[in-house]
Design a binder for this molecule. Sequence first.
Ligand code: FAD
Length: 453
Amino acid sequence: MVDVRRRAFLKSVLAAPILASCANEAEVPTPGEWHNWSGGQRCTPKDGLQMPSTVDELAGVVKAAKGPVRVAGAGHSFSAVVPTNDTLLSLELLSGIVSHDAAALTATIQAGTRLYLLGEPLAKLGQGLTVQPDIDLQSLGGALSTGTHGAGGQHRCMPSYLKEISLVTADGTVRNVSPQVEPEVFQAAQVSLGSLGVLAQVTLQNRAAYLLEERTGISRLNDALEQFAAWQKQDRHTEFFAFPRGETAFTKRMREVPATTTKTIDTAQEEEAELEYASEVGMRAPFTIPLIQSMASWFVPDITRVGASYHIFPTVRHTRFNEMEYAVPAEKGPACFREVAAKIRDDGLPVFFPLEYRHVGADDLWLSPHHGRESVTISVHQYFKQDHVALFKAVEPIFWKYDGRPHWGKWHSLTAKELAGRYDRWQDFLRVRKELDPGGKFLNPHLHQLFGV
Ligand SMILES: Cc1cc2nc3c(=O)[nH]c(=O)nc-3n(C[C@H](O)[C@H](O)[C@H](O)COP(=O)(O)OP(=O)(O)OC[C@H]3O[C@@H](n4cnc5c(N)ncnc54)[C@H](O)[C@@H]3O)c2cc1C
């Protein structure tokens, strides 16, 4: 009851009058236009969105196209990795589990499969994804291609669980690559932003189906930063959100529990509507941001939930935003976070959203932001109706100072010149990319800039 009353208070006192003034701001889509989730990326592909329904058909479309050829997954990237006004493909019809190996706990899955369509079918086979991000709307191909990750330094990003990839390359050839067959192509294709070809299907190393217990609560920000490394050892997944102007961290900690534990939920958690209300208020009346943020801890009760891993990992996000995220070496995480928060606070940058802080395990994928080092990822979000570029540009140099590498699916301003020195295998990636796609069929303007070709 207490929580319901608090929410009603926030909505009625702070938000309702302001929401009333923006009720007619619906976006009008242009016919034939594709746009991403936040609305920040748009394009009008010349033949509309092409949706092959078999791998042969997909290979035929790729072979016949002059380029650029891009794949739109679920459109949940913020960077310009998808747009093209030429050939835009959707693999929405290439969806589902193709086969599995019960003993090895692997599954071969079509790359167009949305993550939310994977949980139950995999569980019926006795399997679960080892890690998942904090939403489950992404396509598998899209999530893998940008190095999508969850939270928790004991686990790596999603593509590091790949065992085999079926890749449709520029001439329409389907190449099945793995650590044993064409290992360099496999290495390059694990995180490749669709720049080597189209992932048609992939084999993932999963684990036995499992239950998670999630505890959300409040902690002092300094305590969260100082204890985060220790929490990593106790929890399977740990993250926190914190307002730059506040002293409070909203923590989310997950541990695996025995299969006999009673489940308390059987769906993903809905995001609270307060975030949208508060973002509207903060945008229109920035002077209220410190007040609302200091009140926000009232609205986060301690909650414990138990459920299937695929119900506990994702949150349903309704409030749209744009995002920049950098991965910095784990030991530099607390100092980097403090500096980012101070910049936003001291410069009075107009943003309501909290910063997000997670750990991701080290891997050896050529273009993974976590290559060769355990990372802390720090995300800066901006409400989709507000200027995200000005905010991100103001903060981004702090991440460079801490040796950060950008999330490929999120906003950043780096080009080949700055990126090359951040990845040990950058030149190897460019070499393999050129061998597979000498004519640059898979490159749109953003990828030309990233790879300097
Ligand atoms: C609300 C929200 C929450 C998020 N949470 C997280 C999170 O917790 N952790 C995290 O790491 N990221 C997160 N992200 C980022 C997101 O996971 C990535 O940007 C991801 O790539 C989006 O997947 P998608 O299917 O929408 O792909 P898209 O954004 O459509 O495409 C991404 C890239 O993959 C390519 N691609 C797609 N399918 C294929 C294919 N079959 N073959 C070859 N290339 C392909 C596209 O061409 C493009 O280059 C979040 C994004 C949003 C909007």
